[in-house]
Design a protein around this ligand. Structure first.
Ligand code: GDP
Ligand code: ZN
Length: 282
């Protein structure tokens, strides 16, 4: 299992041992990412990654103005989306984008709202939490510095692999450290590789002592949705996908179309998110 990729090498966990392996130059399915299961070939002391197993799930982000899909983590079960209730404030529209990426990639999703120890609008928070729970997403609230909150999150993850991905400053590093016991320098990990200093911002897989693992993406600064088609976007909103068969016309875009069943079945802020993303598809 790939723990981390840094340039042309990957750290791979093989039977509990961490080994460094080169990436074969013509590796099909590149790029390799944390969570990938790979085949190694040994030659002397050197290990080379020669094949990537088919991925069960794949979380991707959009890169550049074209929002080309770039893998962020493979084979994770769950995406936990940490969001601050304040500093930075909660942005449901942003949350929806992250949830779409999880759904499209085949991951479950849960929301972890942090910083509830800071001053915030309690009724607004309740509204947001109720909305997402009604759609079916587990939503936890608390402070990343509170052990009880961390334990509830740990229970939510259980023995699974969870990607912690969200905006900067929302508590990813704090939560990752609390869940795994592994501290991370804020922003990025620096380490010695060979003679020079190498800074990596690539996601890395960190096991939790309680079982399961976290994919830490604290070095990933921005998250854009990858380019997708309308069917994928619809799948990204499970309650819209569930209501869509009742629309009068097949292929209804749920954007003011006649006989649309989604309008009555879906909450206005979620529908608005969907429509904005729909108009972004081009
Ligand atoms: P990241 O950028 O998502 O990795 O966020 P960090 O974990 O580095 O947190 C950013 C800052 O917010 C740090 O100073 C944390 O101590 C602080 N912080 C994180 N979570 C909480 C929280 O729940 N409550 C409060 N008050 N501060 C928090
Ligand atoms: Zn419709």
């Amino acid at each position: 299992v790939v723990v981390r990729v840094s340039g042309p090498t990957a750290t791979v966990c093989e039977e509990g041992r961490l080994i460094e392996a080169r990436l074969a130059p013509k590796l099909p399915g590149r790029p390799v990412v944390a969570g990938d299961r790979v085949t190694l070939r040994a030659a002397g002391n050197e290990r080379t990654v020669v094949a990537i197993d088919p991925r069960r799930t794949l979380l991707e982000r959009g890169d550049g103005w074209e929002r080309r899909a770039r893998p962020l983590a493979a084979n994770a079960d769950l995406r936990v989306f940490p969001a601050g209730v304040a500093a930075p404030p909660l942005r449901p529209r942003l949350l929806d984008r992250y949830l779409v990426a999880a759904e499209v990639g085949g991951l479950e999703a849960a929301i972890a709202i942090t910083k509830t120890d800071l001053p915030h609008d309690g009724s607004e928070l309740e509204e947001v939490v109720d909305l997402y729970r009604s759609v079916g997403y587990p939503a936890l609230c608390g402070s990343a510095h509170d052990a009880e909150f961390v334990e509830r999150l740990r229970e939510q993850i259980g023995g699974r692999v969870a990607v912690l991905a969200g905006h900067s400053g929302v508590g990813k590093s704090t939560l990752t450290a609390a869940l795994t016991g592994v501290e991370r320098a804020t922003g990025a990990v620096s380490e010695r590789i060979g003679t020079g200093r190498h800074t990596t911002t690539d996601p890395r897989l960190i096991p939790m002592p309680s079982g399961g693992a976290i994919v830490d993406t604290a070095g990933v600064r921005t998250f854009h949705l990858p380019r997708m088609d309308r069917e994928q976007l619809e799948r990204g909103f499970p309650e819209i996908a569930a209501a869509a068969p009742d629309c009068r016309f097949r292929g209804c875009a749920h954007d003011g179309d006649a006989g649309c069943a989604v309008v009555d079945a879906v909450s206005p802020p979620r529908l608005e998110s969907y429509r904005r993303l729909l108009h972004d598809l081009r």
